[in-house]
Design a protein around this ligand. Structure first.
Ligand SMILES: Nc1ncnc2c1ncn2[C@@H]1O[C@H](COP(=O)(O)OP(=O)(O)OP(=O)(O)O)[C@@H](O)[C@H]1O
Ligand SMILES: [Mg+2]
Length: 360
């Protein structure tokens, strides 16, 4: 006969706070499938808001400790960690008719300046989130210089059409779409101004993404028509800003931050790319300056998502079509990129749980 009942387990778990959402796991409906066998072995499932949750192990330990201390009769404690990604659609952005209805969260990767590593980060973010178990898509919103086909080694592949919609391609567990899949690479695109705005809107609406947890938009550099159109018409969960530590990149990045803030798109965080180069003796050469991104993020009140060093293999991975985090999964640089990716997922979850008026 079991000495333990379900109510005791619920009481124990209602003492565990979700560290980011600041409510207990029972109130947040994050506990499922509690079962207790005749030997007092307890098992239950914790449903996180993202499979890429950086606090997964911490929350699991908090649950085990809470049950141990509140239910001393427990013999074994078995916790299954799973997830159900929350959606911006249940949130303030979705009062209007929403395009991309089956996509839970759309994340823009942006910067004020060209060549800082937006596409490189967007690709590795997408792959990293997909590896964690999320359903991920990546849209190359750069109509003039698309780089996703090359970065995935898919220069000569053409997508299929289904009922007048474009079916995204798929590689490394990520659904992909780029204007580069639709036009020849030497075809100059001449859309400008309002034409560029309607081209990008049409392009976005015609892709059949199906269900996705995260759709990443790799934006072109700057704050022109395409960026403004996307920021205004797509219900973005938020924007991730990529910069190098250099002052000039940071001056441009201020413009991008202002643009998103003006249209009330939350800034999920800032990634500093090309932070330093590690010399063979292990010392770091801060080629583009030191900690510029982190200081900028702090002064702007933006979460700092981490630094990614300059690494030849990152560039080679992009050119060869093997995203760096897949080619070198155990390197320190991959760990930095994965950590930054998990922070992005975490910030999306926090943003989705925050009332609109409290978002900055
Ligand atoms: N951490 C890094 N280490 C080494 N090379 C990098 C790193 N990040 C990016 N690169 C390289 O720098 C170049 C520019 O990167 P990328 O194309 O990602 O920038 P971008 O901001 O998307 O550029 P654009 O503004 O043209 O869209 C690429 O050749 C890329 O491989
Ligand atoms: Mg790019």
């Amino acid at each position: 006969m079991s000495l333990v009942n379900e109510a005791q387990v619920i009481d124990a778990l209602s003492t565990v706070q979700e560290p980011d959402l600041k409510k207990d796991l029972v109130t947040l409906n994050m506990i499922e499938d509690i079962s207790i066998d005749s030997d007092n072995n307890i098992s239950f499932t914790v449903v996180l808001t993202t499979p890429a949750c950086p606090l997964k192990e911490q929350i699991k330990t908090l649950c085990i400790d809470a049950v141990k201390s509140h239910v001393p009769e427990a013999a074994g404690i078995d916790v299954t960690m799973t997830s159900k990604v929350t959606s911006t659609c249940n949130h303030h952005h979705c009062n209007h008719e929403r395009p991309l209805k089956e996509v839970k969260n759309i994340i823009a990767v942006a910067s004020g300046k060209g060549g800082v590593g937006k596409s490189t980060f967007a690709v590795n973010l997408a792959v990293s989130l997909a590896k964690s178990g999320a359903k991920v898509g990546l849209l190359d919103a750069d109509l003039y210089g698309p780089s996703i086909p090359t970065m995935f080694g898919m220069q000569n592949v053409k997508p299929e059409m289904l009922d007048k919609n474009i079916v995204p391609l798929e590689k490394y567990g990520v659904k992909l779409m780029s204007i580069g899949f639709l036009v020849e690479s030497d075809t100059a695109l001449i859309w400008r101004g309002p034409m560029a705005s309607s081209a990008i809107k049409q392009f976005i609406s015609e892709v059949d993404w199906n269900e996705l947890d995260y759709l990443i938009f790799d934006l072109p550099p700057g704050t022109g028509d395409i960026q403004i159109t996307i920021a205004q018409t797509i219900p973005l969960s938020g924007a991730v800003i990529v910069t190098t530590p250099q002052d000039v990149a940071l001056a441009d990045v201020s413009k991008a931050v202002s643009m998103f803030r003006k249209v009330k798109v939350p800034i999920l965080g800032l990634v500093e790319n090309m932070s330093y180069y590690e010399l063979p003796d292990g010392t770091k050469d801060f080629i583009f300056g030191h900690h510029g991104g982190e200081i900028f993020a702090k002064t702007q009140g933006i979460p700092f998502l981490g630094e990614i060093p300059i690494d030849r293999a990152v560039r080679e991975g992009g050119d060869k079509g093997t995203p760096y985090v897949l080619g070198y999964p155990d390197s320190a640089t991959s760990k930095a990129i994965n950590r930054a990716s998990m922070e992005v997922a975490r910030m999306v979850s926090i943003t989705n749980a925050t009332p609109a008026e409290e978002l900055s």
